[in-house]
Design a protein around this ligand. Structure first.
Ligand code: FMN
Length: 181
């Protein structure tokens, strides 16, 4: 049985990114996978302050917030799916704070390889280069950790809630779940 970790970075309720992640999750559950989902914007996550005390006290980070909870599930996961909109050509602030906290695994020399990962992202513009600031850092992060990129579902032209319904995004999100073997 696969452990799938879904990390939502969109603060917008019922937005396009969430619709895609929900379609993905539904299909994962149909396939019998164990899915854990976190809505990062609703969580108590501080920024990495480069204190250099990673994995002291037998936990990834010494900051007392929700990060260690997610980190525990990340270690257990076989598949990690980053779901986030493009905010000013980049990763939304709170999600970036979460990403920076993953530094503890590098600093602590912890091997968390042998995972698949995927990116689900939405932006308003039709120009696919808007995704570069989301896609490139996450692709490189995955490479640094030794993860294999399963796929990317990038949905341009998403301005209003529900726009994703008029695209093939939902189908592609379900197909992403079908690619997990
Ligand atoms: C603060 C902010 C910055 C944004 N910056 C961009 C951008 O740089 N490029 C773009 O194409 N869309 C941008 N958008 C639009 C969102 O990426 C788009 O509406 C997306 O569908 C939002 O995802 P959601 O429906 O899951 O909330 C921005 C939206 C917000 C609120």
């Amino acid at each position: 049985m696969k452990n799938v970790l879904v990390l939502n970075g969109s603060p917008r309720e019922n937005g396009n990114t969430k619709k895609l992640s929900e379609a993905f999750i539904t299909r994962c559950i149909q396939r019998g996978f164990d899915v854990k989902k976190y809505n990062i914007p609703n969580m108590n996550i501080d920024e990495c302050n480069d204190c250099g005390r990673c994995f002291e006290e037998d936990k990834p980070c010494i900051i007392e917030d929700d990060f260690n909870l997610i980190a525990e599930d990340l270690v257990k996961s076989d598949v990690i799916v980053f779901c986030l909109p493009v905010y000013f050509y980049s990763i939304p602030g709170k999600f970036k704070m979460f990403i920076d906290r993953l530094m503890c695994f590098q600093e602590g020399n912890k091997n968390i390889s042998d995972k698949l990962f995927a990116i689900i992202s939405c932006c308003e513009d039709k120009d696919m280069s808007n995704f570069d600031g989301v896609r490139v850092p996450l692709e490189r992060l995955g490479r640094d950790f030794g993860w294999i990129l399963l796929d990317e579902i990038l949905a341009p032209g998403m301005a209003r809630k529900g726009d994703i319904e008029n695209t093939d995004g939902i189908r592609r999100a379900k197909e992403l779940a079908d690619k997990i073997v």
